[in-house]
Ligand binder design. Sequence first.
Ligand code: URA
Length: 212
Amino acid sequence: MQITILNHPLVDHKISVLRDKNTPSPIFRQLVEELVALLAYEATRGIRTEEREIETPVAKTVGRMLASPRPLVVPILRAGLGMLEGMTKLLPTAEVGFLGMARNEETLDIVTYAERLPEDLTGRQVYVLDPMLATGGTLIETIKFLRERGADHITCLCIIGAPEGIEALQQGVAGMENVNLFLATQDERLNEKAYIVPGLGDAGDRLYGLAE
Ligand code: URA
């Protein structure tokens, strides 16, 4: 798995405002959208394009446009939804699928509780959105799920990653080709409740205003 961590002063600034517990939800959502646009710009460098003949007002020429089949964007419910707007602004023609994953508190297994994706993903490039890479369990299961459906190129976009989750993900997808991870930043560690430290708290709550 190839890992890219953005290293940019604008990203540092936006993440610092996100982390602040006094940042209200509307600003938090706006900043997530802006960060996703920066992440997506880097993460789509390998997106497939194909030649197309076009005619400018001056001459005929050959340009490049997104190839078929269209890329698929998959936000992981619930917090990944907050990243969708920023991603589709950059990729307005992408198809969007949804995956809901949760931990079964008795078995600790990750279970899929909602799924709205094409049955056949053969040859598709898939962009997975999940803001917080904590233990890595959800992303590992998501990648396996997408692979079983035939996706051959999977790129995960996360805002903050914990070293424990990055390591687990690396091991969980070892041997799989064409899996990439793009992070805006890497934090110090997980705490005993599997929250990222210093992190930003519960991303879903911060996005949707349930933090108090
Ligand atoms: N999910 C979150 O929303 N925050 C964390 O710190 C870890 C997982």
